[in-house]
Design a protein around this ligand. Structure first.
Ligand SMILES: Nc1nc2c(ncn2[C@@H]2O[C@H](COP(=O)(O)OP(=O)(O)OP(=O)(O)O)[C@@H](O)[C@H]2O)c(=O)[nH]1
Ligand SMILES: [Mg+2]
Ligand SMILES: [Zn+2]
Length: 301
């Protein structure tokens, strides 16, 4: 039988059959996906083949079907192992907070590079706008301008006040969407605002560090009552890139990649070459220094 992996807590895996029935399964033997050294050979969103003899309670997953795509990062900062955040995703949402906790543009850009690298459409949801003062409000506006110009739709919401939630909901129907971001950015709270029939755990922000407390500990896929699925993920602190060649990075900055045909050299890295259209665009302010500095930092990693 074929099914969709919606939850995995160590060795217990929940698989959803096409008819909606959920089956508890385990993996057959030691599983390795070819070419990927990962802490989780099986990812949420994977399509699998499983067997379940009528007299057994637990099914056995025998095969992981080829993934259309996935989002992957380094398991920890120094690790060579990777962690697959989710597989077979139609759209990735990065939930960003400018305050409580603060999300850096470096973090945003690494996430976007990974999504773009794997051809997953990505967008940014700025949450907690109810906490903004004038400065933060200006910062958000500027970031939206930069990221929308790059090609990533931006939304400005407040889960607390129920503002602009429908702009996000509108994109979810019939799709598999992944929500990622720092702990405490409001991923789980946003999912409940989108579908109040769902019950997820949310947690307070720590008063001393103004950061989340890692309330969501396992990735889980939820079926929306309006159709479609959302993958809620545990908050992440850093987004370490893995499995990228240097030569792939320019393509993952769409606003720079668009200028590439105008660069003098057809292998321009937009760093030291004369006649570089990206560097010209930096001078004119068309390409932002924030994004360019992220680009350099990722290239030099
Ligand atoms: N002020 C304000 N607080 C919010 C908003 N959205 C969520 N929160 C609060 O932020 C805290 C964290 O929300 P969660 O949904 O648990 O955050 P999370 O991103 O799922 O965090 P992890 O599961 O730890 O990764 C909760 O106390 C929420 O009530 C918002 O729009 N404004
Ligand atoms: Mg959560
Ligand atoms: Zn160039």
């Amino acid at each position: 039988m074929e099914g969709l992996v919606i939850k995995s807590t160590g060795n217990r895996i929940t698989v959803r059959q096409a008819d909606g029935l959920k089956v508890e399964c385990r993996l057959k033997g030691q599983f390795r996906v070819r070419g990927i050294r990962s802490t989780n050979p099986l990812a949420i969103g994977d399509r699998v083949i499983f067997e379940k003899p009528a007299e057994e309670n637990i099914g056995l997953i025998t095969k992981i079907l080829q993934r259309d795509n996935y989002i992957i990062r380094k398991a920890t900062k120094l690790s060579k192992e990777s962690h697959i955040i989710g597989a077979n995703i139609d759209r990735a949402f990065l939930i960003v907070t400018l305050i409580n906790p603060r999300t850096s543009t470096g973090f945003i850009d690494r996430f976007l590079v990974t999504a773009t690298g794997y051809y997953i459409p990505a967008c940014i949801v700025f949450n907690k706008k109810d906490l903004y003062n004038e400065t933060l409000s200006e910062q958000e506006k500027e970031l939206c301008r930069i990221y929308e110009f790059a090609g990533y739709p931006c939304f400005s919401v407040s889960v607390l006040r129920g503002e602009n939630i429908n702009q996000v909901s509108n994109l979810l129907q019939g799709k598999i969407s992944l929500f990622s971001g720092h702990s405490g950015s409001g991923k789980s709270a946003l999912i409940m605002a989108i579908d109040p029939t769902l019950h997820l755990k949310t947690g307070d922000i720590s008063e001393t560090h103004l950061k989340g407390k890692h309330t969501t500990t396992f990735t889980e896929m939820y079926e929306l009552s309006t159709g479609g699925y959302i993958i809620d993920t545990p908050g992440i602190k850093e987004f370490g890139l893995i499995d990228f060649e240097k030569s792939e990075i320019p393509r993952c900055f769409p606003e720079m990649d668009r200028l590439f045909p105008q660069c003098q050299y057809n292998n321009c890295s937009h760093t030291h070459e004369p006649g570089c259209a990206v560097k010209e665009a930096l001078k004119s302010g068309e390409v932002s220094w924030l994004r360019y500095n992220s680009y350099l930092s990722i290239l030099n990693d």
